[in-house]
Design a protein. Structure first.
Length: 490
């Protein structure tokens, strides 16, 4: 039996799954790591913490697995989080700046004021927002002593987390990223599938520090000196977490869409082999490129905060000790009692793109309880997605029929039913909700011949539960009206 390892490096922790040829999970490891908040709006990770969490999760997942049976490794990652490290020592020159970080909001506003946004969007499919990697690298080059000179001399390397892990797994032999991660940097021309000199100049990023941009499937390097792993295992799958989830959900047909409920909520719709420019504040992104040459693009809308709002209730307000307790608490009241939570803790993402927006809790009365706030939090997560999916339908020129869901919060039946109600579409939840990891494993297995083609993943995709929307559309319309008013306040 051959096995494929999937490393799913997320925002708050790293998961490693070992899958067999029948896509059954044979091993699993998970390790959280520190979140660093140097000042309001800033979010960092220590790259050494990330690497330690990956090696810990690897050891746990490989317990009882014959290392000689491992055919390939796939990596999927929190996107846009940016690392610059020394090429000789592998040591990061600064903490990784996380995708949620807002420190470059002023630079983005300045570039917009200088009329740069339309051209940036034309080349990258992205908007000028602190979310993306390019302005984070610019910040490091301008705030870390001597870094700009080292970058010009080519003695440091830049990468997103997939690229950093690939470097570590290959003992520095491979400096590469795949086209899905490259398409999130503000430095990559998604039509040409190449780094753009024009964008590099705009953000003052020297070409010498960039990784090679490669396909999402196919061997890019082999393991070297990794604790618990033999040398020479092909690393053959790379994809940003949301693109990996789209692939793992078997969304292979244009019009197929999925929502991953992780730290944030991320909705992608497959738009086929040509990029669709958004007129509604969405992003156009590369969905995957296979070694066969198959290229797919997607429309994407992201809400920065989803599961993180539940964490806030748990850690910040101490409403409960485990995130899973929210469903029972929220379900103990019939509705939110008029309370609306807009979870704009890190600004508003698509389709609003307002980095200065902040979370609001409105409609409070003396009768408001923790249960009402818990329910309003789940509803707020779902209501953000309505704004995104309506924009997606306009851009794609087709209505959504079914939304496939995955990620931690998709296990919450109350949230999924409410999501179906407010969207007015059916929600389909698969048996294996860790579709991000599944997508990375499948890309790696396809790239090494473990699996023949996409039909094999289509056959393994199994629905666990389907949610059908309520027929009371008048009640939903009123809910949406209150939501729109609350968003305007935020």
């Amino acid at each position: 039996m051959r096995h494929v390892i999937s490393i799913d490096q997320g925002t708050t922790g790293s998961t490693v799954l070992v899958l067999d040829e029948h896509l059954q999970v044979r091993g699993r490891g998970y390790q959280e790591f520190r979140q660093i908040y140097p000042q309001p709006g800033w979010v960092e990770h220590d790259p050494d913490d990330i690497w330690a969490s990956v090696t810990f999760a690897l050891r746990a997942a490989l317990a009882g697995i014959d290392p000689a049976s491992i055919a390939a490794i796939g990596i999927t990652n929190q996107r846009e989080t940016s690392v610059v490290w020394d090429r000789k020592t592998g040591k990061a020159v600064h903490n990784a700046i996380v995708w949620q970080d807002r420190r470059t909001a002023e630079l983005c506003a300045q570039l917009k004021a200088n009329g740069k946004e339309a051209r940036v969007k034309q080349l990258t499919g992205l908007t000028l927002d602190p979310y993306f990697s390019g302005t984070k690298v610019h910040w490091m080059l301008n705030h870390v002593d001597g870094l700009a000179a080292r970058a010009r001399a080519g003695t440091v390397a830049f990468g997103t987390i997939d690229c950093y892990l690939l470097w570590r797994l290959t003992a520095g032999a491979t400096h590469a990223t795949d086209v899905t991660n490259a398409s999130r940097t503000l430095l990559f021309d998604i039509g040409q599938l190449a780094w753009s000199d024009e964008l590099l100049e705009l953000l003052g990023v020297p070409r010498q520090i960039l990784p090679e941009a490669v396909a999402s499937s196919g061997t890019v390097g082999t393991t070297q000196g990794v604790p618990g792993l033999p040398d020479g295992i092909p690393i053959a799958g790379l994809a940003g977490d949301q693109q990996a989830a789209l692939f793992g959900q078997a969304c292979f047909t244009p019009g197929d869409a999925k929502c991953t409920y992780g730290t944030g909520a991320f909705i992608l719709m497959n738009t086929g082999d040509a990029p669709v420019a958004s007129k509604s504040g969405l992003l156009t992104t590369v969905a995957w490129k296979l070694s066969t040459g198959e290229l797919r693009y997607a429309l994407e809308g992201s809400a920065f905060i989803a599961g993180a709002a539940v964490q806030w209730l748990r850690d910040g307000l101490q409403f409960f000790s485990s995130a899973t307790e929210i469903e029972a608490l929220a379900g103990s009241v019939p509705d939110s009692g008029g309370v609306i939570l807009v979870p704009a803790f890190a600004g508003l993402g698509a389709p609003h793109w307002r980095p200065e927006a902040r979370g609001t809790l409105s409609g409070l009365t003396r009768g408001t309880t923790r249960a009402h706030i818990a329910r309003a939090t789940l509803e707020g997560i779902a209501l953000q997605n309505v704004d995104i999916l309506r924009a997606m339908e306009r851009d794609a020129g087709r209505p959504l029929t079914t939304l496939k869901v995955d990620g931690g919060a998709s296990a919450n039946d109350l949230l999924m039913q409410f999501q179906s109600d407010v969207l007015g579409v059916e929600i389909s939840r698969p048996e294996l909700v860790e579709t991000t990891a599944l997508g990375a494993a499948f890309l790696a297995g396809l790239g090494t011949g473990v699996w023949k083609d996409q039909d094999e993943v289509r056959k393994t995709w199994r629905e666990q539960k389907r949610f059908t929307p309520t027929t009371d559309r008048a009640k939903i319309a009123e809910h949406l009206r209150r939501w729109d008013a609350a968003v305007a306040k935020a």
